[in-house]
Write a protein that binds this ligand. Sequence first.
Ligand code: B4P
Length: 232
Amino acid sequence: MSQAHNDPTPMNILLLGPPGSGKGTQAERLIEKYGFTHLATGDMLRAEVREDTELGRMAHEIMAQGKLVHDEIINQMIRNHIARVVQAGGRAMLDGYPRTLGQLEFLLNCMSDLGSELHAVFFLDVSRETLLERMLGRMICRNCGAVYHQRNKPPRNDMTCDICQGDVERRVDDTKEKIEQRLITYSEQTEPILGALESSGLLYRIQADRDAPEVFAEICRELDRIAVAGKA
Ligand code: B4P
């Protein structure tokens, strides 16, 4: 049984995975099917950079080095977004957050303070070789953040976004050297989250080396099963 797009049952999920594992790609599809509100810290930071805010200037340097923006700043940035969605009875989908054990702890406390909880965590498991291929070919819309790939999913009209006609470009942190650094950062700081969630019963490991529609179908199967089992 599929959840209807306008089903009001609360459901809060996380998309976890190494850089380039396809979190943003799956997020776009899940929003359409389940009506999630997309809370992507990477997109929020890139918007700050575009608007040249104080936070954007600071974040730009850190992101360009393949490192993580400090927990305190990220937690503060996302807290109000989460509260707004949960208090309105919506469905939150966190993408790229949490990325450290400190952020995980903050999130769990935040959810509990709001009288809510997490219903599922989807870990997108992808080999290193595929991650490199995906990030080296990735392109994004400068305006709306839609994600493309030069081989797997090119924009229909040259470097113009299919959705908003904005300019499509490479990300500054998608060079070979920066990707290597981001993968190190991921294994040191983000991977421990998997261990912390192992016994929670919330963690779903998704083999995400496959085509995007196959990955999406598996996440949907699990989400529908969770809804039927009444966990959400
Ligand atoms: P993010 O914006 O979160 O980006 P990401 O992890 O690199 O990519 P994602 O997994 O979403 O992959 P995508 O769908 O694009 O982070 C950027 C930076 O922001 C971080 O390095 C950090 O500095 C900072 N930051 C963000 N959150 C933070 C936090 N919580 N704390 C501190 N700092 C934070 O897919 C990649 C490519 O593969 C695309 O081209 C796509 O088209 C293609 N693709 C995807 N799925 C595919 C599939 N199944 N088959 C074939 N191609 C596929």
